[in-house]
Ligand binder design. Structure first.
Ligand code: SF4
Ligand code: SF4
Length: 338
């Protein structure tokens, strides 16, 4: 069922939702981006329509709502361990775009289906509803079309803002009850979706492990500065590391946290005895790229990358992930001829 709401109606819907949910959406943080004097679009709690950024792609994804950047798992003393309270007491409604809704499936794969379900992820994932934000046009660097993530239908509600009105397609009974009680017009609504991206990618279907021998990775030894930003903006990167924080007053008391980790930064592959598996930045790039567009698909049947293009947007060295993917075909030919 489709609905047309004016801004007052849309705000009334948000206000109703806040009784049971915290609402997260892309917000503008002034001056907070990679390059000086540029704003950062990042997820945060919202209450009103004007808080939501509809006309730009978010620089960071929704991921931190389900997987906090830093999350205390438990507190310990010499004698006791106490589990940390769940960071959010209410359910959550997350506004996100089609590529990110596809990314939720990847996070669920990693945290709910890759062995026993992760307890901490599951308790934040429960009672979460998704609002699909339609994309009328492709943003810079997006390649969702070639990754099959340009459309999604597993949302509770979709929303497209056109002029002064909001057009919603509702698939959720609880949302429908709220919407029906508001002044609205009923009509057919289909969420906007991108029909063409400027950026195209070609992922060879005959990729195999010999691609690791290609010299194509060498350029990243010097170009990449191993800052890890590409991992932190990626909605499908799921690695974390553990940190024990000891309180200074009593060194035997503290808390254990898990914090996001990056396969591109120094230390990620350090092992006991002083070894490091991927010392060169090109080796790290190879690992990241092939995980996103090869070995994940071997296990799950679809690529990990959803083509959001955020890694290209954020890289301070202008390294393009999509350009890198497009070098794979030629590199495979070269290694098979050598
Ligand atoms: S590819 Fe770019 S964003 Fe990623 S680690 Fe290297 S320099 Fe940083
Ligand atoms: S690898 Fe880049 S384009 Fe693919 S999902 Fe991650 S941030 Fe988006």
């Amino acid at each position: 069922m489709g609905y047309q709401l004016n801004e007052e109606g849309f705000n009334a819907m948000l206000s109703e939702l806040t009784k049971e949910y915290l609402i997260y959406a892309p917000k503008c943080y002034q001056g907070g981006n990679t390059f000086s004097d540029t704003d950062c679009i990042r997820y945060g709690e919202i209450r009103r329509a004007e808080d939501i950024v509809f006309d730009r792609k978010s620089d960071y994804s929704f991921k931190e709502v389900l997987l906090p950047v830093s999350e205390t798992l438990f507190y310990f003393t010499e004698e006791q361990v106490k589990e940390a309270d769940v960071p959010r007491k209410k359910g959550a409604v997350i506004f996100l775009r089609s590529c990110d809704l596809h990314a939720v499936k990847r996070l669920d794969d990693m945290y709910l289906k890759n062995g026993p379900a992760d307890y901490y992820y599951r308790r934040l994932r429960e009672n979460v509803k998704f609002v699909l934000m339609g994309c009328a046009v492709s943003f810079d660097n997006c390649f969702c079309g070639d990754m099959g993530s340009d459309q999604a239908d597993n949302y509770s509600v979709s929303v497209d803002k056109k002029g002064d009105f909001y057009y919603l397609d509702c698939k959720d009974e609880a949302f429908a009850e709220i919407l029906k009680a508001l002044p609205h017009a009923e009509l057919e609504v289909a969420p906007c979706h991108v029909t063409e991206n400027k950026v195209k990618v070609n992922i060879p279907d005959h990729l195999d492990a010999s691609i690791a021998k290609s010299t194509m990775w060498d350029e990243y030894d010097t170009r990449c500065i191993a800052c890890g930003r590409c991992n932190f903006v990626c909605p499908t990167c799921t690695c974390f590391t553990m940190q024990d924080l000891f309180y200074s007053e009593n060194g035997k008391v503290g808390e254990r946290k898990r914090v996001w980790a990056s396969c591109m930064v120094d230390g990620f592959t350090d092992v006991a005895g002083g070894g490091t598996y991927r010392r060169k930045n090109g080796e790290r790039m190879r690992f990241k790229v092939l995980h996103k567009v090869w070995d994940y698909k071997e296990r799950n049947g679809y690529h990990m990358c959803v083509g959001c293009g955020r890694c290209d947007d954020i890289c301070p060295e202008y390294i393009s992930f999509s350009n890198c993917i497009n070098k794979l075909e030629k590199a495979m030919e070269e290694v098979s001829e050598s």
